[in-house]
Design a binder for this molecule. Structure first.
Ligand code: TRP
Length: 462
């Protein structure tokens, strides 16, 4: 990335953007959250619906965010103010900043668990443990009022420090080399997992769909996770797009990042579910699924001791490159809109998010009694941010590109870096104008039981 006259950094190469965007997309969402919610919502049917959302909604929204960022050269909030001054569109940016706050608070907690697992791996803590014992160790660790906070705070300090150092050094350098290594380790885990006794049942669970078992709530979660996993709906990629060179091809970037993200999630699923069934773990176990499953696999693997250490180090780094991109949304907003100095913005944002995260962490133990709509604080923040704020943000981003920005500006902005084929433009405009917004709206109505609630309200009035 080189500094330009206007003082705005730019990615120095095309690979810089792809690496940074993939670094943002690939993280705990793929390796922790995807297997855990796929397990909760019953497996293959959830996976297929998720893949459908990635294609029909995720990909077009990703391209939209990159277009908005590159055209405006602003953060998620300022972008809309610049492109359509004096209109309410900039509220999309406010949603994004709110979502970033909530997501990073619980994200930091889970990343902290990953750090703790580096230590568990180094000390060979799970040696000779049965699957039940591993599950107990994990359960009492996350419910502890102090231990998980320590690791969460360490993780948040690392995130804040990298954001202070700056976009280039922080993001570009690390993700290029390390993510391919993570990929290799996951593939090795896959090979071990599918050769375990009883692996077939896990593969069937992951790939053989039974749509009758999928609830509307599951469909809503699949939608929310498509946004979460691709880092969409809150302006992360608007902010990254604002650093992109005018000559880069945004379509290829969007396709490559989406493909890489989806492949990693599926490979993580292939590492987890065969093992889940082989070790008789409940697939719908919840937030701890990978943490109670993977130690069993590492123990049954030649070199498992080292692989386990490497895996959790790389998982933590993958989480870090994602966390940086979430924090960057808040920091860019503080610096560019509220005119607070970058260092102070970063310290402030990191501190506030860490505090909220502490409450999330405590909701696993001390505060577990406190529930809203049957969800503890951790799950509540996850639900509000991933299943509500991101899809709403994504819906408005699609509407913005489809209706306010329009076809001609899209052609001009996208064709900078390559030709735009007619059919591609038609499909893209159709998706952002109608398909994505309407689909998101319908999933909302069904997933949140809004129709039922309205009917109940009206019938109650009679
Ligand atoms: N996509 C990341 C993951 O899968 C998390 C993330 C980073 C994110 N930036 C985001 C999620 C922006 C939503 C919005 O782990």
């Amino acid at each position: 990335m080189t500094d330009q006259k206007k003082g705005r950094a730019q990615f120095s190469s095309k690979f810089g953007l792809i690496a940074a965007a993939a670094g943002s997309a690939i993280g705990l969402g793929n390796i922790w959250k995807f297997p855990y919610i796929t397990g909760v919502y019953g497996g293959a049917a959830f996976l297929f619906v998720y893949l459908g959302f990635i294609l029909a909604i995720g990909l077009p929204v990703m391209l939209s965010e990159l277009i908005i960022g590159r055209k405006s050269r602003r953060n998620a909030f300022g972008a809309f103010k610049k492109l359509t001054p004096g209109t309410p569109w900039m509220f999309i940016g406010s949603f994004g900043v709110a979502a970033a706050f909530l997501i990073l608070s619980f994200y930091g907690v889970v990343a902290g668990w990953s750090i703790k697992y580096i230590i568990f791996s180094v000390t060979n803590h799970f040696q000779y443990c049965s699957p039940e014992q591993i599950s107990k160790v994990f359960g009492s660790f996350i419910a502890d009022p102090l231990d998980p906070l320590l690791y969460q705070v360490i993780f948040m300090l690392m995130t804040g420090a990298i954001v202070i150092i700056g976009v280039q050094k922080g993001i570009e350098r690390y993700s290029k080399v390390l993510m391919p290594i993570l990929l290799i380790i996951i593939i090795i885990l896959d090979i071990r997992a599918v050769t375990l006794k009883g692996a077939g049942e896990g593969l069937r669970f992951l790939f053989h769909p039974d749509f009758s078992k999928l609830s509307f709530e599951g469909v809503l979660s699949a939608l929310g996770h498509a946004f979460f996993s691709l880092s969409l709906g809150m302006g992360t990629l608007i902010t990254y797009g604002s650093y992109v060179n005018k000559n880069d091809n945004l379509i290829n970037t969007a396709i490559q990042v989406t493909t890489a993200d989806t492949i990693i999630a599926i490979l993580a699923g292939i590492a987890i579910f065969p093992a889940v069934f082989a070790f008789h773990i409940e697939p719908g176990h919840g937030v701890g699924l990978i943490f109670i499953t993977l130690p069993n696999v590492f123990m049954q693997m030649p070199g498992g001791y080292l692989f386990s250490i490497m895996f959790f180090i790389l998982l933590t780094i993958a989480a870090l490159t994602s966390a940086i991109s979430i924090l960057e949304v808040v920091v860019a907003y503080f610096t560019e809109e509220l005119k607070i100095k970058r260092q102070i913005s970063t310290v402030l944002a990191t501190a506030l998010i860490t505090l909220l995260g502490i409450i999330c962490s405590l909701s696993m133990g001390l505060f577990s009694e406190f529930e809203v709509f049957g969800l503890n604080f951790f799950d509540l923040l996850d639900f509000i941010s991933a299943n509500l704020l991101l899809p709403i943000g994504g819906m408005f981003i699609a509407l913005f590109i489809g209706w306010a920005f329009g076809k001609y500006k899209v052609i001009r902005e996208v064709a900078h870096g390559g030709k735009l084929k007619g059919w591609f433009l038609q499909i893209f405009m159709l998706l952002v104008k109608f398909v994505a917004p309407i689909a998101i709206f319908i999933v909302f109505l069904q997933g949140l039981n809004i129709l039922d609630i309205i009917v109940a309200l009206f019938s109650g009035n009679h």
